[in-house]
Each structure stands twice: as C-alpha cells, then as structure tokens.
Design a protein around this ligand. Structure first.
Ligand code: ZN
Length: 169
C-alpha cells in the first residue's frame, strides 16, 4: 500500500519521534516497513522516515542504490556514533518536493541501529549513504534539511516554497 507523504509545514515533521518498542510494534512493523519501501520506491526517493508517513517513530528506510545494486537498509532506533570530514552536495527530500539545495554534510558517518527483527547492527556510510544517514536521523529529531541552511539559503527556500506549496497534495 502506498502511504501519503507528509509535507513541509505539517507539525509531525517538526516533532522528535518516539523510540520503536519491538514488543508493542509486533506484527505491525513488517507491514509498515513493506508500505514504507513501496512508498519510497514509488516516489523515487533514496530514504524515507516514519514521520514522513505520519508516524512519530524512530524508524527509517534507506536505499541509495535502487535497482540492480539495491542495498536496502532498515534503521530502527538509529543513533549516529561518529561523523568525519565534510562534503557539499545537492540534496532534496520527499517532504519538500521540488527543492534541491547544496548542503554541507559529513563525508563519513557511522550509525548504530536495529534491523526489523530487533538485531543490532553498525555500519559506516560514505558519500550519499553518509548523507542519507544524517538526513533520515534528522527527520527523527524533527529536523528538515532546509533547517540546516544558512539565513540566505532559508530566505531563498522560503520564496520557492510559497509557490511550490500550491502544487503539493
Ligand atoms: Zn527527507
């Protein structure tokens, strides 16, 4: 099932998400994840966090290589354990469709999280994967990529957003 993606301006995107409780989530987690994957791939995104589908949960999915080299990663209750270097690249977000900005992020990011069955994992991402780790964990803290822009960037984005918002559903 495709889920509606929440958009910039909706309160849930500004809220810190609640940790996933595996006992309480039980049967619903696999179904929710299936829907999140379908929604992310259908929207041609490389990452999707639960607040983007209206749920305040520390849960996200990432696949920076959709297609043949697909590398799907489920992040439950993720924490960033280290960040190194910097890289400026263009970045966008399914919750802010139509806006892409050059943004400074870390080049190498190590994340600790759980998979869908509650097994802990740790992984270091570089480049786009590092960016996706930071972007999705930001969502779980109630932050959007636009919040990381400087004041000039924020003003430019505000002008664009005014017109773009009329086209969103
Ligand atoms: Zn996003």
């Amino acid at each position: 099932m495709l889920l509606r993606i929440t958009k910039h301006g909706e309160p849930i995107l500004k809220k810190a998400a609640q940790p996933v409780d595996f006992n309480a989530a039980g049967e619903e987690l696999p179904k929710l994840l299936r829907d999140m994957w379908s929604t992310m791939y259908a929207a041609k995104g490389v990452g999707l966090a639960a607040p983007q589908v209206g749920l305040s949960l520390r849960l996200a999915v990432i696949d920076v290589k959709p297609g043949e080299k697909s590398d799907p990663i489920v992040l439950v209750n993720p924490e960033i354990v280290s960040r190194e270097g910097t890289l400026i690249e263009e970045e966008g977000c399914l919750s802010v469709p139509g806006i892409y900005v050059r943004l400074k992020r870390h080049e190498r990011v190590r994340v600790r999280a759980f998979d869908e069955r509650g097994r802990p994992w740790e992984r270091t991402g570089t480049g786009l994967l590092a960016r996706a780790f930071e972007h999705e964990v930001d969502h779980l803290e109630g932050k959007l990529f636009l919040d990381r822009l400087d004041i000039v960037g924020k003003l430019k984005a505000a002008v664009l957003l005014k017109d773009l918002k009329k086209t969103w559903t």
